[in-house]
Design a protein around this ligand. Structure first.
Ligand SMILES: [Zn+2]
Length: 298
């Protein structure tokens, strides 16, 4: 049995997958906003799942960041109470077994590569379009992490082929640069762009609703989003040439996103035909926790 834990900023999810990758048990609780409480919660969830199923499991954990291979400490986490903590060593001590920890975007990508929208493809680029923009690379159903543990972090590349106006109004990013892909393609970036160009402050849902009823400003905001996503993905395709791009995160629910992006891609990719498939994820919110379970392969 494989136990996966998805340690999110607001909730911790746990799942146990049996040999047929069906969920044998599930839990979801609010994330304590301190380190000791987070450790206690993970240990308790594992104990509950093992009591419920009557079986011991391997444990994989997806986190919003990574455990540095050089220091053993968490870095790049937006759940700031994890930063600088020896999460992996503490979990292994508390759970009395080896544990694997990986970035949550990598867990998403692994899950979709194994039995999701990327199943059957050799190279999968998994994309998170949410509050932030992240990504991961799976090659033959294994995460490719890289020595800096940042493979797939395309959200902090600059938006390619910026227009004069985009360059002039490029937002500052929390990473210290400006004009990052994330500042345009995250949910907040989408809303900011709409407000900047139309003068109306709207939620993403309301922009989508307005576009569906034919609102010209909202339709233009969506069109800009499609074109920017195509530009940002084209730079990934030119480098990695993945077989499939799997879209995840809240913004992946924008209507007709894969087909709209597929139409725009050939304008930017260095190839007269683009055979890379653009797909929406299959497992939705469960992808992260499923991928965490799969950190221990068969
Ligand atoms: Zn950035």
């Amino acid at each position: 049995m494989r136990i996966g834990i998805d340690l999110g900023g607001t909730k911790i999810e746990a799942i146990a997958l049996d040999a047929n990758t069906l969920a044998a048990a599930r839990r979801r609780v609010a994330t304590p906003r301190d380190y000791a409480g987070t450790l206690d919660t993970i240990v308790r969830l594992v104990a509950e799942i093992e009591a419920e199923t009557g079986r011991a499991g391997s444990v994989g954990v997806g986190i919003p960041g990574v455990v540095s291979r050089t220091t053993g400490l968490v870095k790049n986490a937006n759940s700031t109470w994890l930063i600088g903590r020896p999460l992996l060593a503490d979990l292994e001590a508390r759970l009395s077994r080896p544990v694997r920890v990986a970035n949550d975007a990598n867990c998403f990508t692994l899950s979709e590569a194994i039995d999701g929208a990327g199943q059957g493809f050799e190279t999968v680029f998994g994309v998170i379009l949410g509050t932030g923009v992240g990504g991961g690379i799976a090659i033959r159903q294994r995460i490719h992490e890289g020595p800096n543990q940042i493979a797939g972090e395309w959200g902090h590349n600059p938006l390619p082929w910026m227009t004069e106006e985009e360059r002039r109004t490029a937002p500052e990013c929390y990473c210290g640069k400006s004009g990052c892909v994330e500042t345009f393609l995250s949910g907040p970036g989408f809303e900011r762009d709409h407000a900047l160009r139309s003068g109306a402050e709207c939620s993403s849902q309301n922009i989508v609703r307005a576009a569906a009823s034919g609102d010209a400003d909202a339709l233009r905001t969506l069109a800009r989003y499609h074109d920017r996503l195509a530009r940002a993905l084209a730079s990934v395709l030119n480098l990695l040439d993945p077989d499939v791009v799997v879209l995840g995160g809240g913004m992946s629910n924008l209507p007709d996103l894969p087909s709209s992006v597929a139409v725009a891609l050939p304008r930017y990719v260095f190839s007269d035909t683009v055979l890379t498939r653009i797909a929406v994820n299959l497992h939705g919110d469960s992808s992260g926790v499923r991928g965490a379970a799969w950190l221990w392969p068969a």
